[in-house]
Write a protein that binds this ligand. Structure first.
Ligand code: UN1
Length: 507
């Protein structure tokens, strides 16, 4: 497969940035950006320094009272317009996502669709910021709960979903009446500028306060400022467990609120009654799709010993047909790894797996290295393991699927749960009792537990996140909006008397 030249990619990125309305002064700076498609340089971005970061947080804090006091359904109008602009510029934004994150076009378009979907959800949510009322134990009293905005929400996001994860957080944070400061991955600054510019257009068109959103182009120092700034009421951070370990205690030390969505080490159990055609498709998308660079990517397969050979044979055959290369080319299913570090991580994991008794059954080799020595394309790997060895319990952000066998469903569930991470899991089975057990409290300990679909590709309607080292936060649908607000309990006394609760007598 021939790869496009860096100049061609940079040209189409420049056009797409202009179409999204990125201000010319934000491009051409010395904050380096590159494309994993060739490893070559894209137009630089204009970086932020300590003073400009401080200024952005100050402005977002100053914009908060006016936005807080704007009725929630009116705040929803902003998100409605933003969703329309995302629909209009879907292809432009997807092109930048592909150029900067290396996602195949279909997945890049899917990422923008996910942004549009959360906008739809958030618009509806703007009329449903429900609080409960409870019966008071005292006559002539009303007990109720009201939900209020927090202030500035700081968002830290990763390269692999360079725009959608920000949108999940931002759409809800804004309808909930907060203002937002975003620190995207330094690997995807251009996507961030384009995504933020579209929000900026919507803000200007509906007449919302201009300072209610800001994006910081910076390395980790920018993220640290956001984390440590007491004006940032909530830090929502998506990324590695290592990052979460640093962010968590720092935010907790100043009693800020936290929403963490960290690593996954997602498994699928395949039982003897599973529809194997369906299972293979679900497994290959989840394990090889996005070149294994989703936090929901499938990294472990726990298969019943009676069907292990057949299933692994079918998966390796399917892997042999995966087109690897230019993510924008028709038919490509696996684009590049993000950078050399990711490739080294994959190589190290494969070495360790073999040292721990693993056998590579498919893939694992680098391809297209002659054509693009600074880009890192790999064949997704399938590795049989004797058991759940140390390397299998780590999240390696690359397409490696470790295969283990089981004989007893209880053991399979125990293996599913025997890793430090707890994001997503799946069972492929035709047996209803097994499926129910898997999704029960005695089943998978993950935040997402699926039946007869893979571990990745969640819809935005459900809450997204997981337990243990995944950090415990929930973003996106269901009641996740509550993370962006503070509840207040109100007791209203209209009795003209002052009875005390719990029967206490006083004056
Ligand atoms: C991530 O990888 O950080 O469920 C987010 C999925 C996507 C989101 C992934 N909807 O795979």
């Amino acid at each position: 497969m021939t790869l496009p030249g860096t100049a061609t990619i940079a040209g189409s990125v420049t056009d797409a940035l202009a179409a999204c309305g990125v201000a010319p002064d934000r491009i051409g700076g010395d904050f380096a950006t590159r494309t994993p498609i060739t490893g070559g340089a894209l137009p630089g971005a204009t970086g932020d320094d300590a003073a400009s970061i401080d200024d952005k947080i100050s402005r977002a804090a100053a914009a908060f009272p006016a936005w807080r006091d704007t009725p929630a359904p009116v705040r929803g109008n902003l998100i409605k317009r933003w969703g329309e602009l995302l629909t209009e510029h879907k292809a432009d934004l997807a092109r930048i996502v592909t150029a900067e994150a290396g996602k195949i076009t279909s997945e890049a378009l899917g990422e923008v669709q996910e942004m549009i979907d959360i906008c739809d959800l958030a618009v509806g949510q703007s009329r449903q910021l429900y609080g409960k009322t409870m019966p008071s134990e005292r006559p002539g009293h009303r007990l109720m709960e009201t939900w209020h905005p927090l202030g500035v929400v700081g968002i830290i996001s990763a390269f692999n979903f360079p725009a959608a994860v920000w949108a999940w957080n931002t759409a809800l944070a804004l309808v909930c009446g907060n203002t937002v400061v975003w620190k995207p991955s330094e690997l995807t600054s251009l996507t961030a500028l384009a995504a933020d510019a579209l929000l900026g257009k919507a803000v200007a068109e509906v007449g919302a306060p201009a300072d209610l959103h800001h994006v910081i182009v910076s390395d980790r120092a920018g993220g640290e400022r956001l984390v440590d700034d007491p004006r940032v009421a909530l830090v929502s951070a998506t990324g590695s467990v290592r990052m979460g370990r640093e962010v968590g205690p720092r935010v907790a030390a100043r009693f800020g609120k936290l929403l963490l969505e960290l690593g996954g080490n997602n498994a699928a159990i395949v039982t003897p009654s599973a529809d194997l055609d369906l299972a293979v498709r679900g497994i290959v998308f989840a394990a090889a799709g996005t070149a294994g660079q989703r936090c929901t990517s499938m990294r472990r397969l726990i298969v019943h010993s009676s069907i292990a050979d057949e299933l692994v044979g079918r998966i390796t055959a399917a892997y042999g047909t995966l087109a690897i290369g230019d993510p924008e080319a028709e038919g490509t299913l696996v684009g590049p790894l993000i950078n050399e570090k990711a490739f080294e991580g994959m190589r190290r994991a494969l070495d360790e797996a073999q040292a721990q008794g693993g056998k590579v059954r498919a893939g694992g080799e680098r391809v297209l290295a002659d054509e693009a020595p600074e880009a890192y394309y790999v064949e997704p790997a399938v590795v049989s393991m004797p058991g759940q060895e140390a390397i299998v319990t780590e999240e390696t952000f690359a397409p490696i699927l470790y295969v283990m066998t089981y004989d007893d469903i209880e053991d399979a569930i125990a293996m599913n749960n025997a890793v430090p991470q707890g994001l997503s899991a799946a069972i492929f089975t035709g047996d209803q009792a097994e499926a129910e057990l898997f999704v029960s409290s005695a089943g998978s300990d993950t935040g997402i537990a699926n039946v007869n679909i893979g571990t990745s590709g969640a819809e935005i309607g459900g809450a997204f996140g997981g337990e243990k080292e995944t950090g415990g936060g929930r973003e996106s649908g269901s009641d996740s909006w509550q993370s962006y607000m503070r509840p207040a309990t109100n007791t209203v006394n209209y009795s003209g008397q002052l009875p005390l609760a719990q029967g206490v007598e006083f004056v």
